[in-house]
Design a protein around this ligand. Structure first.
Ligand code: FE2
Ligand code: FE2
Length: 184
C-alpha cells in the first residue's frame, strides 16, 4: 500500500526548501559571527537568534514531508554569503535573502494549487504569513539605518546606538519564535 500523499515533484521541491531554510540559517549564523567580529554584539545576538528560527522552518518542512508519507533527503547546504562590506550591505543582503526565500515558497504554493494538493497548500499558508513578518523585520532595520545615515554609512555613536537598540529587541524576535516548531 502506497501511503505517499505528495507527488514526486512536490517531494522534490519541498526537500529543496529544507535545504533553502538550512542555507538561510547558515547566512544568519555567518553574518552573526561577522557582526560580533565588528563589535556589534546587539546585531550579532539578533542574527544568531534569527538563525534558530530558520532552522525551525527547516524542521517544519521536514515534518510536513514525513507526515505526508514522503521521504526527507538531507542535502549539502551551499556556502553562506560572503561577509558584507559594512552594516548597510549586511542588512540589504539579508533583505534580499528573505525576499528570495519568499519567492521560493510562492513557487511551492503554485505547484500545490496546480496539483490540488490542499494539505500542502494549507501547510504553506503559515509560511506566507511568516515571510511577511520576516521581510518586515529586516526592512524595518534597513529603514532605521537609512533614516540615521541619510543614505551613506553610519559609524561612531550612531552605530553604537543602532547596535544597542537591537540588543533590546529580543521580544520582537520572540514573537516570530512563538510560532516555531517547539511551541506547537
Ligand atoms: Fe525561513
Ligand atoms: Fe527568514
Amino acid at each position: 500500500m502506497n501511503k505517499k500523499r505528495i507527488s514526486e515533484e512536490m517531494e522534490k521541491i519541498l526537500n529543496k526548501q529544507v535545504t533553502n531554510e538550512a542555507w538561510n540559517a547558515e547566512i544568519y549564523l555567518a553574518y552573526g559571527a561577522w557582526a560580533d567580529d565588528q563589535g556589534m554584539t546587539g546585531l550579532s545576538n539578533y542574527l544568531f537568534r534569527h538563525s534558530k528560527e530558520e532552522r525551525d522552518h527547516m524542521m517544519k518542512f521536514m515534518q510536513h514531508i514525513m507526515q505526508r508519507g514522503g521521504k526527507v533527503k538531507i542535502d549539502q547546504i551551499p556556502k553562506p554569503l560572503e561577509n558584507p562590506k559594512n552594516l548597510k550591505e549586511c542588512l540589504e543582503n539579508l533583505f534580499e535573502a528573505e525576499v528570495e526565500n519568499s519567492e521560493a515558497i510562492y513557487k511551492i504554493i503554485n505547484l500545490a494549487l496546480e496539483e490540488k494538493d490542499w494539505a500542502t497548500w494549507n501547510f504553506l499558508q503559515w509560511f506566507v504569513k511568516e515571510q511577511i513578518e520576516e521581510e518586515n523585520l529586516v526592512e524595518e532595520l534597513l529603514d532605521r539605518y537609512n533614516l540615521i545615515s541619510g543614505g551613506g554609512e553610519i559609524n561612531g555613536s550612531d552605530l553604537y546606538q543602532f547596535d544597542k537598540d537591537l540588543s533590546k529587541e529580543e521580544d520582537e524576535a520572540d514573537i516570530a519564535r512563538d510560532s516555531s516548531i517547539e511551541k506547537q
